[in-house]
Design a binder for this molecule. Sequence first.
Ligand code: 2PG
Ligand code: MG
Length: 423
Amino acid sequence: MKITKLLGYQVLDSRGRPTVAASITLEDGTTHTARVPSGASTGKHEALELRDGDQLSQKSFYGSLAVSQAVENVNLRIAPAIVGRQVDLNFIDAAIREIDTTSNFSSLGANATLAVSLAAAKASAHAQNLSLARYFQPQGNLLIPMPMVNILSGGAHANRSLDFQDVLIVPTGAVSFTEALSWIVAIRETAAQLGSKAGMTTHLVADEGGLGIAFESIELAMDFLIEAIEKVGLEIGSQLSLALDVASTQFFSNGIYNLASSQKSYSSADFVSYIHTLVSTYPIISIEDPFAEDDWESWNSFMQIAPKNVQVLGDDLLTTNSERLNKAIKQSSANSILIKPNQNGLVTDTHTVLKAAQSAGFATVVSARSGETEDSWLADLATGWRAGQIKVGSTHGSERNAKWNRLLELEQIEKVEFSRPFS
Ligand code: 2PG
Ligand code: MG
């Protein structure tokens, strides 16, 4: 089926900032739209998100955050290469790569390239009469991922009310996604009630829908969450465990990890021991970005001493990038990777990274960004690619719940398995 039109334009994300949407119209008259997310704790090795910046900021009321340049690239540079051609994701991604040969899509902008690539996936699915999840997995069972869900937020998502960015829950013992999600909602609600009884400010919802409660230390935050879990009547260990996204690049400078809320500073070596103590003392099953994006040595030495059952997860370290993943595999710097399509810029290349990680025995956690839209393609991609785990933020805000609801839907209507990565 031929593409008759490709249109890029600005829409809003969950922070009310402009982001790129792309709509592909096919010769049967149907239109297929994708919207891209945007991060706040962005790693420096990510593909480039093109924003207008100060030079072009006079052009619109969105100021420097506008994405008019990226939109123009969709309409003036990508559209001429694909309109009139058969809709085919591989062809379209290859055409984009030919237009922008930089390693980080700094010419077109990864927000432009990913919007078109995702719209191409949706349009290709339609042309083959498949749902998006089925398009990503035409034959085998879909794998509903184990959710890793944010309850308490800090860092760049909550005005640094806590140094670490996320305290999350992984409901490892749930028998289905439907059950898993019901546990999470109960825990979030109970944590909010406990907090307000204790006089904490719990109405401050962070960027990803988590509770933006201020804690002096990560230990106090985890103690609080454990209390909420116990109050709900769920058992830590057999039914669920904690996970952390330290997002440590955010508080690493000049070789020192600075924890502002607890007023402590650590050298790299001391921070490795501190993280080791945390994962040995608390029921933590997964720890993301415990060390900064280029502090490879700390990652490598932590992996030597980390308990075998702990997932050491690279986000800013790996940025969904083949070369960085290969380095991490070779040096054994981590044992799992966060997969964020907008760190990479294309659907097909993101899939290549995910497959390489899976063949190296790395766990794969597909992840949303802190700035999201109501688009739910991430859920289809995670189930179709059998990623195993998914991280979307909390269970609050329609841009988050759109993904959870899509997973609930897939669990009901498709032939699925529920992923049990930690059992
Ligand atoms: C992360 C993400 C999502 P951001 O660090 O894992 O939680 O945050 O999108 O701001 O990079
Ligand atoms: Mg992260």
